[in-house]
Design a protein around this ligand. Structure first.
Ligand code: NAD
Length: 459
């Protein structure tokens, strides 16, 4: 497990070891021993599978593509996690992302374990036919370890419903007559996917922010007054003016979170900046997000990068450097691109008092410590970006029942589930000195530890 996740899991275990009311049957040497076992189990993946896919290219050449499936922990159910197509994929990254899935599912009480997959390619450099072949090969190489009750992949960076459809079809032909609908989630709706799955992560990211800044504080107004709580201060400071939001990354997660913010009627806000792999777009009066969504959908996912393209989609914005989005004077920064975007070399320039992690692990450990000491509220990935896996769970259930929910039902179920988690975590967070990330980890580790203990796995 990479250092930041590993060290927070260890800190959580240390805190729980001291809390004698937790697993109180375990005392003295037996307690020490059990917590040593827990550290060993939670810090190591169960399996790391690696293959070099043999892919024939359109040119007639054959290439070997490194690919991974990591199964971190299945204490709570079948392994679950996306498959990423990106040139920077590597084993450590996939292991860390799989561990985050274990914790995310435990935090939100989703009955899945943690897994993750990755293929080391830049998908933009391959034809549709070649990508189809890569997806089929991935399933062929890993088919023995995948399946609706074993390990259920979903989309991640560089993959979407098209890739999941291809992969499920290949799984079905490898195992004729066996259940297959639940083998992949994030499929297209016509192919057994859930309504609302594509939007689920971005909607969940914005819902988390809205719930914390609006619904929860409205119900718990004591947190608004008379203390140094920066959340209360932020909520108060924007009571009479729009909340200024910047979003890094304008893909599946970032574009939907930005659109949710733009359309939200609960919170007065404006999305003043968005960015992608090429550019930051800024307008202090707020950007026309629907126009940008429409532009990206017709232009391979990329935001406008020139004055002409901005005019074409009727958007008024300054064109800034790609990373400028991180350093703007805004109330909330939503990170929805990739890992390690805020790090020791740029963290001092980040001004937002509230940061929401739509991406997985977008802040390095060092930067996280620096920001937390400064009082910045970081809404961690495992809390904020669980919408995708929660709706994947609904998709998996719908596949089993062959009964499908309306989009309205899906979003209601999603927000109800995220609300239950936040109602558990937020009072603890406001009431004690741990950062929100550690509160979430402690809760997830408690859940996993209790089940491992009850299953007799600690000795
Ligand atoms: P995506 O491929 O749809 O979008 C990624 C976006 O980030 C694109 O707009 C891209 O241009 C931009 N980007 C890439 N490099 C960048 C850089 N250096 N600076 C700024 N922008 C950059 O991916 P996605 O599905 O939206 O996933 C984004 C993040 O959210 C990832 O960390 C992913 O693991 C996480 N996540 C995704 C889901 C999901 O359901 N898709 C669920 C949970 C977590």
């Amino acid at each position: 497990m990479a250092s930041q996740t590993g060290s927070i899991v260890q800190q959580s275990l240390n805190a729980l070891l001291e809390d004698k009311s937790f697993l109180q049957n375990l005392q003295d040497d037996a307690r020490e021993q059990a917590f040593t076992s827990l550290a060993a189990i939670l810090s190591t993946p169960n399996h790391v599978h690696k293959s070099f896919l043999r892919v024939p290219l359109d040119s007639g050449k054959v290439v070997r593509v490194p690919s991974f499936r990591v199964q971190h922990n299945d204490t709570l159910g079948p392994y679950k996690g996306g498959i990423r197509f990106h040139e920077s994929v590597n084993e450590d990254e996939v292991v860390n992302l799989a561990a985050l899935m274990t914790l995310k599912n435990a935090l939100h009480e989703v009955p899945f374990g943690g897994g993750k997959g990755g293929v080391v390619i830049n998908p933009r450099e391959f034809s549709v036919k070649e990508l189809h072949s890569i997806c089929k090969k991935y399933v062929q190489y890993f088919s023995d370890i995948l399946g609706p009750d074993k390990d259920i992949p979903a989309p991640d960076v560089g993959t979407g419903d098209r890739e999941m459809d291809w992969m499920m079809a290949e799984y079905k032909s490898i195992r004729p007559g066996k259940p297959y609908r639940g083998s992949f989630t994030g499929k297209s709706v016509v192919n057994g996917g859930s309504l609302g799955r594509r939007e689920a992560t971005g909607k969940g990211v914005f819902f988390t922010l809205r719930y914390m800044l609006h619904d929860f504080l409205k119900e718990n107004s004591k947190w608004l007054s008379g203390n140094d709580n920066i959340f209360g201060k932020t909520a108060l400071s924007v009571a009479n003016r729009p909340l200024k939001i910047a979003v890094q990354g304008f893909g599946n997660v970032g574009s939907v979170a930005a659109l949710e913010a733009y359309q939200c009627t609960y919170l007065q806000n404006k999305v003043v900046a968005v960015s992608d792999r090429n550019v930051t777009l800024y307008n202090s009066e707020g950007l026309n997000i629907p126009a940008l969504v429409s532009f990206t959908s017709k232009n391979g996912g990329d935001l406008p990068t020139t004055v002409e393209q901005l005019a074409e989609c009727d958007v008024k914005a300054d064109i800034e450097d790609r990373d400028e989005v991180l350093y703007l004077d805004v109330d909330v920064l939503i990170l929805a691109a990739l890992e390690d975007q805020v790090h020791k070399d740029n963290v001092q320039q980040v001004k937002a008092p509230v940061i929401v992690e739509g991406a997985n692990a977008p802040i390095t450990g060092e930067a996280d410590t620096y920001l937390s000491k400064k009082g910045v509220i970081i809404v961690p990935d495992i809390l904020a970006n669980a919408g995708g896996v929660i709706v994947s769970y609904f998709e998996w259930l719908q596949g089993r029942e062959t009964q499908f929910y309306s989009e309205q039902e899906v979003f209601k179920l999603l927000f109800d589930k995220m609300k239950v988690t936040m109602d558990t975590i937020l009072p603890q967070f406001f009431g004690d000195p741990f950062p929100l990330r550690q509160n979430c980890y402690i809760h997830a580790v408690m859940k996993l530890s209790t089940i491992l203990y009850r299953q007799g796995k600690l000795y």
